[in-house]
Design a binder for this molecule. Structure first.
Ligand SMILES: [Fe+2]
Length: 177
C-alpha cells in the first residue's frame, strides 16, 4: 500500500532529520521496493504532467509523467534529487561542463537507463537530459531538496549545448497534454 500523503510526510520527516539526500533516499527506496504499489497509490498515468505532491523551500515532490518518446534538454537542478520509476523507462544522459568554455558548453559524460523499480540519487551539481524511449507514458516520483519550481538554474541548448537560464514555464508547457 502506497499512500501519497504518508509518503510526503515520511519525506518531510527525513529532510528534517537529514537535509542531505540520504534519509529521503531510504524513504524512496522503501516505497519503490514495490513499484506496483506506488502505481496503484498514485493511479495509472492517463496524461503527461508535472503534478506537485508537495512544495516548500527545502523539499519538492513531483509525480512526473513523461509523454511517449519525450525528450528534455540538458539542465541542472542546483539541488539534490532522488528519482524513482513506478512504470516505464527514463533514460538519462549525464553531461559535464567543458572547462573554461566561454559559452558554458557541456559534453556527454555518461548514461543510465532507469526502469520500473529503479531509484537513483542525483547530486546537487548534476547536469542531465532525459528521454522516455518507449511508446507509452512513463511515471516517476521525483523528490528534490529545494523548491524545484523557484530555484534559478541552467539549461543547455539541445543543438549547440550552450548554457542559458532555465525556462520553467517552457518546461511546464512541454508536459501539457
Ligand atoms: Fe532534471
Amino acid at each position: 500500500m502506497f499512500d501519497p500523503e504518508m509518503f510526503v510526510e515520511h519525506c518531510r520527516a527525513a529532510v528534517l532529520a537529514d537535509p542531505t539526500h540520504r534519509a529521503v533516499l531510504e524513504v524512496v527506496e522503501r516505497a519503490f521496493g514495490d513499484p506496483a504499489a506506488v502505481l496503484a497509490g498514485v493511479g495509472e498515468p492517463v496524461a503527461s504532467g508535472l503534478v506537485p505532491l508537495y512544495r516548500s523551500a527545502d523539499l519538492t515532490i513531483i509525480n512526473v509523467i513523461w509523454k511517449p518518446g519525450m525528450t528534455i534538454m540538458p539542465h541542472n537542478h542546483d539541488m539534490w534529487a532522488v528519482i524513482g520509476i513506478y512504470g516505464g523507462r527514463e533514460d538519462n544522459i549525464f553531461w559535464r561542463r567543458i572547462k573554461d568554455d566561454p559559452e558554458g558548453r557541456v559534453e556527454a559524460a555518461g548514461a543510465r537507463a532507469l526502469s520500473t523499480g529503479d531509484v537513483v540519487p542525483l547530486g546537487q551539481d548534476i547536469i542531465h537530459s532525459v528521454i522516455n524511449p518507449i511508446p507509452k507514458l512513463t511515471g516517476a516520483i521525483h523528490v528534490y531538496g529545494g523548491d524545484f519550481f523557484a530555484t534559478e538554474r541552467s539549461e543547455w541548448d539541445p543543438e549547440m549545448l550552450t548554457e542559458r537560464p532555465f525556462d520553467q514555464s517552457m518546461l511546464s508547457a512541454r508536459f501539457e497534454a
